[in-house]
Every structure is written in structure tokens, then in C-alpha cells.
Design a protein around this ligand. Sequence first.
Ligand code: FES
Ligand code: FES
Length: 167
Amino acid sequence: MKVVLPLKVNGDDYEVAVPPHWTLLEALRYELRLTGSKQGCDKGDCGACTVLVDGKPVLACLTLAVAARGKAITTIEGLAHRGKMDPVQDAFDESGALQCGFCQSGMMMSAKALLNERPDPTEEEMRLALSGNLCRCTGYTKIFDAVRRAAQLQAEARRVALGQDEG
Ligand code: FES
Ligand code: FES
């Protein structure tokens, strides 16, 4: 038996038919073919599957697809805007924050959620926000550098946008 489910992902409306026990991660990866969200541990330990649901970071491997009905889901594929990378993506790139890349999308989605909420986070807030995302390669130093840099880039982008509005 399958349930037909409307899902709003990255601003687009979809209708997917999935078994009722499927997770949001399964619906994204196997129905919508959005494979940027990674299936790591599949039990809530690694954070590789992190997506935003109504702006909040959520582990898609622990969320039933039916529970996401009517909510706005953002995946790594939706982070760039009109062909322009998000400041979080630019910062991770600039900082050389990744090696194998498996943790990358989850890390960036957690960082994005943090910066949406706290544009200028403290060190402690940053570490707490990323504490559910595991990386087996980098040792985290460059990832934290990237989040600090993303905060700067986001602030610069905001200043530019404000300047354009005023000009
Ligand atoms: S795959 Fe979801 S937390 Fe690891
Ligand atoms: S870069 Fe390999 S797990 Fe993070």
C-alpha cells in the first residue's frame, strides 16, 4: 500500500506515492532523486541526512515522509539561489572545509539553519548547532572556520542588499 503525498521541496510542489513507513530521506532520495541528502547511519547518529523543515534542521532519516506533508522542505539542492551559491556553500569551498564530502550537505544545512536564526553566532552556539553532524575526515577545524566565514559573507551580502535598496 502507498500513500499519495504532496511535498513542497525547494519551492517546488511534488506529489509522491510512498509506503506509509518511508522516511522523508527515502522519499527525497528514491522518489524525487534528490540524492544530496546522504544516507549515512540511518538511525539519527551522523547528521548526514539533515534538511530544513520550515527552516528548522531535521534528521530526514528519523522523520516520516507523511509528517512532512504541507511543510516547506529545503535540501542542499535548494540552497543556491538563481544559479548563485549560498554564502554557506561559498564559505565551505573557500575554507577547504571538506575532504570526502559525505558529511558536507548535512553540515551545510545545519550551518544554514544556525545562521538563519543567529546571523552572528557565538563559538558555543556554532559548536552546539553542528554537534549532531559527524565528520570522519576533517577534524572539524576547517568546518568551524567555514561557518565563521559564512557568517561574514552573509553579513556582507546583507550590507550590499541594503545599500542597493537605499541607492
Ligand atoms: S543518516 Fe540520518 S542521522 Fe545518519
Ligand atoms: S569530509 Fe569526509 S566525512 Fe566529512
